[in-house]
Write a new protein. Structure first.
Length: 546
């Protein structure tokens, strides 16, 4: 009731007057009278308002009774009533949202690694040697000073290899010297051999031509003449025997001497017949076998000399060059041997590796804070084991300062800038919150859809137990607006034709399509950057489907 709402001025006046002894009784009485009159007037006004309200309620009840008593006979009135009811039902079913400006803050949280800013990798990268047996090594996690021995290797086999190589080099040096001296002699010998083969070929061609043109014919004629001579000798012997027989037959008396002469002549005839028979055989054999064989032999002799000539020619063309190449190859082998000796000698310096800086020993290497090979290196770097070559054995890590390494997805990259503030919470203690700022944002991906991010810790409040290799969460604000216009995602629709965005604005019974431009999203809400104003009412249904 307003009758109890005493004005603030009168209350203050009464309180001050009561607390002050200087106020007169008339003054207090005047204040009291004014307050009483004000309360009375308020009471009268309240009673009048209550009477008016009761009268209005009675009139409304009378009107309602009249409506129920009067029958509805007009069809048009029934239709209007149904339309009104449908509209009222439609209004009650439509879900809407009133656009208003409110703060929008989008925060990003990513897994992170604490990484030492200052690290020194200890690599085993020999030039030639591959067997490094560990005889002494500092343990994982040890604190070392610069120049302190980290690892020692057994060098006996390396020294033996160097000694054997030096002996081989002396032998190679003598062989090379001999090859250099022999090359001119070999070149001269090859040239002379070619000249001899060339002359032999020329002579063979002349001889073969003579054989075909002259000698063969002479040989054939000689064979024929031998047969003819044998025939003539046989005829002569037989003719002489006939003459002797005729001569001795005419005497009627054969003397002993004559008998001897005839006997000899008969033997001579027999011998001549035999020689004739043999000549015939030899004549046939010469024509059928000997001469064809001679033809083949003469031809093969020429071909053999031609082949020797071709070999000599090839030797002249290739062996001279090959000899030079062989000498050059020997020289290069000598140079490689000397280079290998130098590399092995240099590898002697790797038998003892010292710390390049002060820090803590971490086995293996880290890439963007990830110690992917630490576990395997702890297993491999042991006494009497062979250390892996061409790899990082260990890393000397400076305990402080630390930086934070993480990675961002493409969708979060735009909201992160250099020097942007962030908070890092170590996994070991969620109550610890470390201030940080963005130092480096990679310009290109470090893996599919990922960009590297490096943050520097801004405070000096990092706990002593925080070391490189520990993990945490990095939080940062990627977007903030103090008066963003947010609507539920269900209020925003996409046009099929051009993928443009639009909403349905509700104005009383009317619904109108409105194009909008969207911004950031958070949860089930989306920011409208253009197309709506605070106070607009949007439908949460797709009115086009209705």
């Amino acid at each position: 009731m307003r009758m109890f709402a005493l004005p603030l001025v009168l209350l203050l006046a009464l309180v001050l007057a009561a607390l002050t002894n200087n106020a007169s009784a008339d003054v207090l009485r005047g204040i009291h009278d004014s307050a009483t009159e004000y309360v009375s007037s308020l009471a009268d006004d309240d009673e009048a308002e209550e009477d008016d309200e009761e009268a209005e309620e009675e009139e409304a009840e009378d009107d309602e009774e009249k409506k129920t008593e009067e029958p509805q006979t007009d069809d048009s009135k029934d239709d209007d009533s149904k339309d009104d009811d449908a509209k009222e039902e439609e209004k009650s079913e439509r879900k809407t949202h009133t656009v208003k400006a409110s703060p929008l803050k989008i925060e990003l949280e990513v897994d992170s690694k604490f990484v030492a800013r200052d690290t020194s990798e200890v690599k085993l990268e020999p030039e030639e040697w591959s067997e490094f047996k560990i005889v002494e090594i500092v343990p994982h996690g040890a604190t070392v000073r610069q120049g302190e021995t980290l690892v020692k290797f057994d060098g006996e086999k390396l020294k033996e290899a160097i000694a054997e190589l030096e002996l081989d080099q002396k032998i190679e040096e003598l062989a090379l010297l001999k090859a250099e001296q022999e090359l001119p002699r070999a070149e001269e010998s090859i040239k002379k051999a070619f000249e001899q083969a060339e002359r032999a070929l020329a002579d063979a061609k002349v001889d073969y031509k003579n054989y075909q043109d002259v000698d063969r014919e002479i040989m054939v004629r000689s064979i024929d003449m031998q047969l003819k001579s044998a025939q003539q000798s046989a005829e002569n012997a037989r003719e002489e025997l006939d003459q002797l027989e005729k001569m001795y037959l005419a005497d009627d008396l054969t003397e002993e001497t004559e008998e001897i002469v005839l006997k000899r002549q008969r033997v001579a005839v027999e011998m001549a017949d035999f020689m004739l028979e043999r000549s015939k055989i030899q004549h046939a054999r010469s024509h059928e076998l000997t001469m064809p064989r001679n033809d083949i032999s003469e031809k093969e002799a020429l071909e053999s000399i031609e082949l020797q000539y071709e070999r000599a020619k090839t030797a002249l063309e290739t062996d001279l060059t090959r000899g030079r190449y062989d000498l050059e190859k020997a020289r290069r082998a000598r140079a490689k041997s000397l280079e290998k000796h130098a590399d092995l000698t240099k590898d002697l310096g790797l038998l003892e590796i010292k710390a390049p800086a002060d820090g803590v020993v971490y086995y293996g290497s880290a890439t963007r804070g990830e110690w992917t090979d630490m576990a395997s290196m702890i297993q491999r770097l042991k006494i009497d084991a062979s250390a892996p070559t061409d790899s990082v054995l260990m890393t000397i890590v400076a305990p402080k300062p630390l930086v934070v390494e993480t990675s961002l997805e493409e969708k979060d990259l735009v909201g992160v800038k250099k020097d942007q503030a962030a908070t890092v919470v170590p996994t070991a203690d969620s109550e610890v919150k470390l201030g940080a700022k963005v130092a480096i944002v990679s310009a290109i991906p470090v893996e599919a859809g990922k960009f590297a991010l490096t943050l520097e810790l801004t405070g000096e409040d990092a706990p002593e137990w925080l070391v490189a290799g520990m993990t945490g969460k990095t939080k940062m604000t990627t977007y903030e607006s103090k008066s963003a216009l947010l609507v539920p995602k269900s209020a925003v629709h996409t046009a099929d034709a051009d993928d443009s965005k639009y909403v349905w604005i509700v104005d009383g019974d009317k619904v109108e399509k409105q194009a909008v431009s969207t911004g950031k999203t958070k949860g089930e809400d989306i920011e409208i950057v253009e197309g709506l104003e605070a106070g607009d009412v949007v439908s949460l249904d797709d009115e086009a489907k209705d």
